[in-house]
Design a binder for this molecule. Structure first.
Ligand code: GLY
Length: 376
């Protein structure tokens, strides 16, 4: 009798293995932080843009999945390269930069240097808070006069860093800034149907809302898919900080909108506007972010349907966007879109897509590691 066929590994385990292999190879060969692929390899930046933390976060996960102590040193070395950015007061992106890198590293093994970098980053972020409008501006007017007073919904993902740093240091103001900003985002960016305005413009002096619209989406009335994914994930995490009914309801509403618009698809279109979706590219990164966020929401709400939806998306992304036949190809998750209106980074791998796919895979296949992932 022929031997029974060997059981095939679950594609999610294969994808997680590939994520580990790819990021460790990149750590050994790349001169600086990978951001987005172009022409078949990563564009890199020693400045780390807004994305350097995601690569470091993948390296920490790789170290824990492999269980090789030497790999922690690799991740730590890359985390320390973010040090010049810790006092940066010019951007809202400090959670993206310092949570997966320094907080995650400090969670894995207490590390005063990484903790100090993350606390410095939180203070820099809080310094941007505008009391008149109770919001954190995303960008700087020096980058363009139109950026004055502009808040973006993505900021909701950066708020747990503030609450974490408040708990670490006893600086209550950091938490107050986070709470006020979270409330403003819920009040100003969410539409009644659960979709979101990417951008809310404020009068920089008085703080009044002067515009609601988009920066990376199709038009002011549309819902930019990745912004919606950041929102559902950010609100799901915010439940850990503030479990109030209105926070839970907002997290569910944004998640339900995302899932309702996604329908049977696994890769989200770049924008949920039907005409834009029909003619434009997809954004796999939005799918990975949403899936990881839905797993968080399932955990925080106790509603298994969100975990079921997340696993469906992850399995679909692994089946359609992970190229198992080209393990040497840079990038894990294909078919991401950075900014379609500006035709920037279309149909590429984005380091945040890779990071959140890996994170979702960890939540599904190695949930014991959940506790090290971030601030909450
Ligand atoms: N601003 C973050 C993003 O492009 O998703």
């Amino acid at each position: 009798m022929p031997p029974p066929p060997r059981p095939q590994p679950d594609p999610l385990d294969r994808a997680l293995d590939l994520a580990v292999t790819k990021c460790l190879r990149d750590a050994a060969r790349l001169p600086a932080f990978p951001h987005v692929t172009r022409g078949g390899d990563w564009l890199t930046s020693e400045h780390a843009r807004w994305t350097g933390g995601f690569f470091v976060g993948m390296l920490w996960l790789a170290a824990e999945l492999r269980g090789e102590p030497g790999l922690r040193a690799t991740a730590r070395g890359w985390a320390r390269r973010l040090a010049p950015r810790a006092p940066d007061r010019t951007t809202h992106d400090m959670g993206f930069l310092f949570e997966p890198s320094c907080v995650r590293g400090h969670r894995i093994a207490p590390d005063p240097e990484l903790r100090a970098l993350a606390v410095t980053a939180a203070r820099a972020l809080a310094s941007r808070f505008v009391p008149a409008g109770r919001y954190i501006p995303a960008w700087e007017p020096s980058e363009g006069a139109e950026y004055a007073g502009v808040a973006i919904v993505d900021t909701v993902m950066n708020l747990p860093l503030l609450s974490w740093a408040a708990a670490e240091t006893g600086e209550a103001r950091l938490h107050e800034v986070a709470r006020a900003t979270a409330a403003t985002i819920r009040a100003q960016h969410l539409r009644p149907d659960g979709s979101t305005f990417h951008v809310v413009g404020h009068d920089p002096r008085g703080g009044e809302v002067v515009r609601r619209g988009t920066h990376q989406g199709a038009h002011d009335g549309s819902c930019w898919t990745r912004g919606q994914a950041w929102t559902l994930y950010g609100l799901a995490r915010w439940i850990a900080v503030d479990p109030a009914d209105e926070v839970r309801e907002a997290a569910r509403r944004t998640a339900d909108y995302f899932l309702g618009q996604l329908g049977e698809r696994v890769i989200p279109p770049w924008d949920f506007d039907p005409a834009a979706a029909a003619t434009g590219p997809v954004d796999s990164a939005a799918g990975a972010i949403a899936a990881s966020g839905l797993l968080e929401l399932a955990r925080r709400s106790g509603e298994a349907r969100y975990a079921t939806a997340a696993e469906r998306i992850v399995r679909g992304l692994v089946a359609t966007c992970v190229d198992f036949d080209a393990p040497g190809r840079p990038g894990l998750l294909r078919h991401g879109t950075v900014d379609y209106p500006r035709r920037s980074g279309v149909d590429e791998s984005l380091i945040y897509g890779d990071h959140y796919l890996m994170e979702a895979l960890v939540k599904l296949r190695r949930p014991s590691l959940w506790g090290i992932l971030g601030c909450v």
